[in-house]
Design a protein around this ligand. Structure first.
Ligand SMILES: Nc1ncnc2c1ncn2[C@@H]1O[C@H](COP(=O)(O)OP(=O)(O)OP(=O)(O)O)[C@@H](O)[C@H]1O
Ligand SMILES: [Mg+2]
Length: 238
Protein backbone atom coordinates (compact mmCIF):
# COMPACT_ATOMS: atom_id res chain seq x y z
CA UNK A 1 0.00 0.00 0.00
CA UNK A 2 1.11 3.55 -0.67
CA UNK A 3 -0.27 6.43 1.32
CA UNK A 4 0.29 10.04 0.30
CA UNK A 5 -0.58 12.73 2.75
CA UNK A 6 -0.72 16.55 2.40
CA UNK A 7 1.74 16.48 -0.50
CA UNK A 8 2.52 19.91 -1.96
CA UNK A 9 5.02 20.88 -4.67
CA UNK A 10 5.82 24.44 -5.68
CA UNK A 11 7.79 25.70 -8.66
CA UNK A 12 7.89 29.45 -7.97
CA UNK A 13 4.30 30.57 -8.38
CA UNK A 14 3.12 27.26 -9.87
CA UNK A 15 1.67 24.69 -7.45
CA UNK A 16 1.43 21.51 -9.56
CA UNK A 17 0.67 19.33 -6.50
CA UNK A 18 -1.54 21.03 -3.93
CA UNK A 19 -2.17 19.29 -0.59
CA UNK A 20 -2.67 15.91 -2.27
CA UNK A 21 -3.99 12.96 -0.29
CA UNK A 22 -4.25 9.50 -1.84
CA UNK A 23 -4.06 5.85 -0.82
CA UNK A 24 -3.50 3.06 -3.34
CA UNK A 25 -3.26 -0.72 -2.99
CA UNK A 26 -1.22 -3.34 -4.82
CA UNK A 27 -2.56 -3.79 -8.35
CA UNK A 28 -2.60 -1.56 -11.42
CA UNK A 29 -3.83 1.92 -10.51
CA UNK A 30 -4.58 4.49 -13.20
CA UNK A 31 -3.60 8.11 -12.62
CA UNK A 32 -5.29 10.30 -15.18
CA UNK A 33 -5.74 14.02 -15.69
CA UNK A 34 -5.33 16.73 -18.33
CA UNK A 35 -1.99 17.96 -19.68
CA UNK A 36 -0.16 19.88 -16.99
CA UNK A 37 -2.24 18.38 -14.17
CA UNK A 38 0.88 17.33 -12.24
CA UNK A 39 1.07 13.59 -13.04
CA UNK A 40 4.73 13.52 -14.02
CA UNK A 41 5.59 15.86 -11.17
CA UNK A 42 3.93 13.39 -8.81
CA UNK A 43 6.16 10.62 -10.19
CA UNK A 44 9.17 12.92 -9.86
CA UNK A 45 8.39 13.35 -6.16
CA UNK A 46 8.17 9.59 -5.65
CA UNK A 47 11.51 9.03 -7.38
CA UNK A 48 13.22 11.94 -5.64
CA UNK A 49 13.82 14.25 -8.64
CA UNK A 50 11.49 16.84 -7.13
CA UNK A 51 11.41 17.76 -3.47
CA UNK A 52 7.98 18.64 -2.10
CA UNK A 53 7.57 21.59 0.26
CA UNK A 54 5.26 19.54 2.43
CA UNK A 55 3.79 16.06 2.82
CA UNK A 56 4.60 12.42 3.44
CA UNK A 57 4.66 9.28 1.31
CA UNK A 58 4.54 5.93 3.09
CA UNK A 59 5.06 2.91 0.84
CA UNK A 60 4.82 -0.58 2.32
CA UNK A 61 5.47 0.96 5.73
CA UNK A 62 8.59 2.88 4.65
CA UNK A 63 8.99 6.64 4.55
CA UNK A 64 9.85 7.02 0.86
CA UNK A 65 10.71 10.73 0.95
CA UNK A 66 13.28 10.15 3.71
CA UNK A 67 15.27 7.81 1.42
CA UNK A 68 18.01 9.26 -0.79
CA UNK A 69 16.82 8.80 -4.34
CA UNK A 70 19.56 6.31 -5.32
CA UNK A 71 18.42 4.06 -2.42
CA UNK A 72 14.89 4.03 -3.77
CA UNK A 73 15.96 1.80 -6.69
CA UNK A 74 17.42 -0.73 -4.28
CA UNK A 75 14.22 -0.48 -2.23
CA UNK A 76 12.22 -1.44 -5.35
CA UNK A 77 11.15 1.80 -6.99
CA UNK A 78 11.07 1.69 -10.81
CA UNK A 79 9.73 4.04 -13.43
CA UNK A 80 9.41 4.72 -17.12
CA UNK A 81 9.63 8.22 -18.60
CA UNK A 82 7.57 9.98 -21.25
CA UNK A 83 10.69 9.91 -23.41
CA UNK A 84 12.47 6.62 -24.01
CA UNK A 85 15.53 6.08 -21.84
CA UNK A 86 17.06 3.02 -23.46
CA UNK A 87 20.30 3.64 -25.38
CA UNK A 88 19.90 2.69 -29.06
CA UNK A 89 23.45 1.34 -29.47
CA UNK A 90 23.21 -1.01 -26.48
CA UNK A 91 21.49 -4.38 -26.55
CA UNK A 92 18.19 -5.07 -24.84
CA UNK A 93 20.07 -7.06 -22.20
CA UNK A 94 22.58 -4.25 -21.53
CA UNK A 95 19.84 -1.62 -21.33
CA UNK A 96 17.85 -3.55 -18.76
CA UNK A 97 20.98 -4.49 -16.82
CA UNK A 98 21.94 -0.84 -16.26
CA UNK A 99 18.90 -0.43 -13.99
CA UNK A 100 20.40 -2.99 -11.60
CA UNK A 101 23.92 -1.54 -11.60
CA UNK A 102 23.52 -0.03 -8.14
CA UNK A 103 21.09 -2.58 -6.81
CA UNK A 104 23.60 -4.74 -4.91
CA UNK A 105 23.29 -8.51 -5.21
CA UNK A 106 25.43 -10.97 -7.17
CA UNK A 107 26.15 -10.36 -10.86
CA UNK A 108 24.85 -13.81 -11.83
CA UNK A 109 21.47 -13.18 -10.20
CA UNK A 110 21.28 -9.77 -11.88
CA UNK A 111 21.65 -11.41 -15.28
CA UNK A 112 18.95 -13.94 -14.38
CA UNK A 113 16.68 -11.07 -13.29
CA UNK A 114 17.28 -9.26 -16.59
CA UNK A 115 16.48 -12.34 -18.66
CA UNK A 116 13.32 -12.88 -16.60
CA UNK A 117 12.16 -9.28 -17.13
CA UNK A 118 12.89 -9.35 -20.87
CA UNK A 119 11.09 -12.67 -21.26
CA UNK A 120 8.17 -11.31 -19.24
CA UNK A 121 7.62 -8.50 -21.75
CA UNK A 122 7.92 -10.98 -24.63
CA UNK A 123 11.33 -9.95 -25.99
CA UNK A 124 13.23 -13.08 -25.02
CA UNK A 125 14.38 -13.59 -28.61
CA UNK A 126 15.77 -10.05 -28.83
CA UNK A 127 18.07 -10.04 -25.78
CA UNK A 128 21.21 -9.46 -27.82
CA UNK A 129 19.71 -7.06 -30.37
CA UNK A 130 20.54 -3.36 -30.15
CA UNK A 131 17.50 -1.38 -29.04
CA UNK A 132 17.94 0.89 -32.09
CA UNK A 133 17.10 -2.06 -34.35
CA UNK A 134 13.72 -2.62 -32.68
CA UNK A 135 10.35 -1.22 -33.71
CA UNK A 136 8.49 1.40 -31.66
CA UNK A 137 6.30 -1.08 -29.79
CA UNK A 138 9.26 -3.30 -28.90
CA UNK A 139 11.21 -0.30 -27.61
CA UNK A 140 8.28 0.52 -25.32
CA UNK A 141 8.43 -3.04 -24.04
CA UNK A 142 12.13 -2.53 -23.27
CA UNK A 143 11.14 0.49 -21.15
CA UNK A 144 8.63 -1.69 -19.32
CA UNK A 145 11.26 -4.41 -18.80
CA UNK A 146 13.50 -1.76 -17.22
CA UNK A 147 10.60 -0.89 -14.90
CA UNK A 148 9.98 -4.43 -13.66
CA UNK A 149 13.49 -5.89 -13.46
CA UNK A 150 14.69 -7.30 -10.14
CA UNK A 151 12.27 -7.05 -7.26
CA UNK A 152 10.10 -4.00 -7.89
CA UNK A 153 7.67 -2.86 -5.22
CA UNK A 154 6.45 0.34 -6.81
CA UNK A 155 6.29 0.59 -10.62
CA UNK A 156 5.51 3.98 -12.19
CA UNK A 157 4.60 3.99 -15.89
CA UNK A 158 4.45 7.44 -17.49
CA UNK A 159 2.48 7.23 -20.75
CA UNK A 160 4.01 3.92 -21.87
CA UNK A 161 1.62 3.61 -24.82
CA UNK A 162 1.74 7.17 -26.16
CA UNK A 163 1.81 7.18 -29.95
CA UNK A 164 1.36 3.41 -30.38
CA UNK A 165 -1.34 2.09 -32.71
CA UNK A 166 -4.32 0.37 -31.06
CA UNK A 167 -3.27 -3.22 -31.63
CA UNK A 168 0.20 -2.60 -30.17
CA UNK A 169 -1.34 -0.77 -27.22
CA UNK A 170 -3.55 -3.81 -26.65
CA UNK A 171 -0.49 -6.08 -26.52
CA UNK A 172 1.23 -3.70 -24.09
CA UNK A 173 -1.92 -3.70 -21.94
CA UNK A 174 -1.67 -7.45 -21.49
CA UNK A 175 1.89 -7.06 -20.16
CA UNK A 176 0.97 -4.19 -17.83
CA UNK A 177 -1.96 -6.14 -16.42
CA UNK A 178 0.36 -8.97 -15.43
CA UNK A 179 2.86 -6.80 -13.52
CA UNK A 180 1.24 -7.05 -10.05
CA UNK A 181 0.67 -10.82 -10.32
CA UNK A 182 4.23 -11.42 -11.49
CA UNK A 183 6.06 -9.07 -9.15
CA UNK A 184 3.68 -8.14 -6.34
CA UNK A 185 4.37 -4.50 -7.20
CA UNK A 186 1.97 -1.65 -6.74
CA UNK A 187 1.78 -0.21 -10.24
CA UNK A 188 0.69 3.30 -11.19
CA UNK A 189 -0.15 3.89 -14.84
CA UNK A 190 -0.34 7.43 -16.17
CA UNK A 191 -1.92 7.55 -19.60
CA UNK A 192 -4.33 9.61 -21.68
CA UNK A 193 -5.61 6.48 -23.46
CA UNK A 194 -8.84 5.70 -21.60
CA UNK A 195 -9.22 2.35 -23.37
CA UNK A 196 -5.83 1.31 -21.98
CA UNK A 197 -6.70 2.58 -18.50
CA UNK A 198 -10.04 0.81 -18.60
CA UNK A 199 -8.44 -2.44 -19.73
CA UNK A 200 -5.57 -2.52 -17.22
CA UNK A 201 -6.67 -0.69 -14.07
CA UNK A 202 -8.88 -1.89 -11.24
CA UNK A 203 -8.67 1.51 -9.60
CA UNK A 204 -8.34 5.02 -11.04
CA UNK A 205 -7.47 8.35 -9.46
CA UNK A 206 -7.99 11.65 -11.27
CA UNK A 207 -5.56 14.50 -10.80
CA UNK A 208 -6.86 17.91 -11.79
CA UNK A 209 -4.22 20.61 -11.41
CA UNK A 210 -2.81 19.43 -8.13
CA UNK A 211 -5.98 18.00 -6.61
CA UNK A 212 -7.39 14.46 -6.62
CA UNK A 213 -10.99 14.99 -7.74
CA UNK A 214 -11.99 11.31 -7.91
CA UNK A 215 -10.51 7.99 -6.80
CA UNK A 216 -12.18 4.59 -6.87
CA UNK A 217 -13.12 1.58 -9.00
CA UNK A 218 -12.32 2.26 -12.67
CA UNK A 219 -15.87 2.04 -14.03
CA UNK A 220 -17.21 4.45 -11.38
CA UNK A 221 -14.47 7.00 -11.91
CA UNK A 222 -14.60 6.94 -15.70
CA UNK A 223 -18.35 7.60 -15.51
CA UNK A 224 -17.93 10.45 -13.03
CA UNK A 225 -19.20 13.77 -14.40
CA UNK A 226 -16.41 15.70 -12.67
CA UNK A 227 -13.86 13.56 -14.47
CA UNK A 228 -15.42 14.34 -17.82
CA UNK A 229 -15.50 18.02 -16.90
CA UNK A 230 -11.80 17.98 -15.99
CA UNK A 231 -10.95 16.41 -19.32
CA UNK A 232 -13.30 18.43 -21.46
CA UNK A 233 -12.75 21.65 -19.57
CA UNK A 234 -16.47 22.12 -19.10
CA UNK A 235 -17.94 23.71 -16.04
CA UNK A 236 -20.81 21.49 -14.99
CA UNK A 237 -22.70 21.04 -11.76
CA UNK A 238 -22.45 17.66 -10.06
N1 LIG B 1 10.85 21.49 -13.20
C1 LIG B 1 9.81 22.31 -13.36
N2 LIG B 1 9.90 23.63 -13.13
C2 LIG B 1 8.84 24.45 -13.25
N3 LIG B 1 7.60 24.04 -13.61
C3 LIG B 1 7.44 22.73 -13.84
C4 LIG B 1 8.52 21.79 -13.74
N4 LIG B 1 8.04 20.55 -14.02
C5 LIG B 1 6.73 20.72 -14.30
N5 LIG B 1 6.36 22.01 -14.19
C6 LIG B 1 5.00 22.56 -14.36
O1 LIG B 1 4.17 21.85 -13.44
C7 LIG B 1 2.90 21.61 -14.03
C8 LIG B 1 2.62 20.12 -14.06
O2 LIG B 1 3.44 19.50 -15.04
P1 LIG B 1 3.51 17.92 -15.23
O3 LIG B 1 4.60 17.66 -16.22
O4 LIG B 1 3.61 17.26 -13.91
O5 LIG B 1 2.08 17.60 -15.88
P2 LIG B 1 1.49 16.25 -16.47
O6 LIG B 1 0.21 15.99 -15.77
O7 LIG B 1 2.52 15.18 -16.45
O8 LIG B 1 1.16 16.66 -17.98
P3 LIG B 1 1.23 15.79 -19.36
O9 LIG B 1 -0.05 14.98 -19.41
O10 LIG B 1 1.27 16.84 -20.43
O11 LIG B 1 2.47 14.96 -19.33
C9 LIG B 1 2.92 22.27 -15.40
O12 LIG B 1 2.38 23.55 -15.27
C10 LIG B 1 4.40 22.32 -15.73
O13 LIG B 1 4.68 23.36 -16.62
MG1 LIG C 1 3.49 14.10 -17.86
Amino acid sequence: MISISSLTVRFGGVVPIDDLNLTLDVGVNGLIGPNGAGKTTFFNVLTGFVKPVQGTVTAFGDDLLAMPHFRRIRWGLRRTFQTEQAVAELTVLENVLTVLEHSGGAKSSRRRDVVDAVEFVGLGDSLQRPVGALGAAERRLVEVARAVVGSPRLVLLDEPAAGLPDEETAALAQVIKEIPARTGALTILVDHDMALVNETCAHVAVLDFGHIIASGPTADVLNDARVMAAYLGEDIDV
